[in-house]
Design a protein around this ligand. Structure first.
Ligand SMILES: [Fe+2]
Length: 218
């Protein structure tokens, strides 16, 4: 959903600083629950989302705040959708002094940007958040140093993760909106293709019983 920017209340630096402090505190306090979606992830997505919001002329403070609260659902329930975090997200924003309308808009952006359900025509703010979150997934270092943390955090198997990644992401790549920002697409599509090919190969390899035996033995 795209809203008229002229009707927006102010979202100031003080609000964002307060949201940041609250989310960082939660991430650190519950770091054991968030080996993948901890502060390192939130901080990366926030930085990149701000870049992409500036590039597509969307509302930078709203996108920055959305990035800060986009994954709080993992504090509420393991292996959940963004919507599971709505209550906590709205409380964090209210506690930081963000008005209800802006908080609701931020929550909608987070929902829009979710990989599983996002589409070609999401709002510019959701596009900026999505590109930042998608880039984290596509980084060449993510499957090497972080994927095993995703399995632990969410209590799923390697087969389930490979199925999820291939099932949710290949279609976006094939249909040309894996990244919305043209510069991001030009810069990072090579990484995304290599990452998706790797996960397709992982999925295929798990059909070999000897590979399954190998994984069961380690
Ligand atoms: Fe995320």
């Amino acid at each position: 959903m795209t809203r008229a920017r002229t009707a927006l209340p102010t979202l100031g630096r003080a609000h964002i600083t307060a949201v940041q402090a609250a989310v960082r505190d939660l991430c650190h306090r519950y770091a054991r629950k968030l080996p993948f979606h901890g502060w390192h992830h939130v901080s990366f997505v926030r930085s990149k989302a701000v870049e992409f919001a500036r590039a597509n002329n969307s509302n930078v403070p709203v996108v920055e705040t959305a990035a800060l609260v986009h994954d709080v659902n993992y504090l509420v329930r393991r292996n959940s959708d963004a919507s599971a975090g709505r209550g906590l997200r709205m409380n964090l924003l209210a506690d930081a002094g963000v008005d209800w309308d802006t908080a609701s808009w931020i929550d909608e952006i987070v929902d829009e940007a979710e990989m599983r359900t996002r589409h070609r025509d999401i709002s510019l703010e959701a596009q900026a958040l999505s590109d930042a979150d998608t880039l984290f997934k596509a980084l060449p270092v993510t499957p090497v140093v972080l994927a095993h943390r995703y399995l632990i955090e969410n209590g799923i198997s390697l087969r389930e993760l490979a199925s999820k990644i291939v099932g949710e992401q290949v279609e976006k790549q094939d249909d040309g909106y894996y990244f919305y920002n043209p510069q991001a697409a030009a810069t990072y599509t090579g990484w995304a293709e290599a990452n998706l090919r790797l996960w397709q190969c992982i999925h295929e390899s798990l059909d070999d019983p000897t590979v399954e035996e190998l994984l069961a033995a380690i």
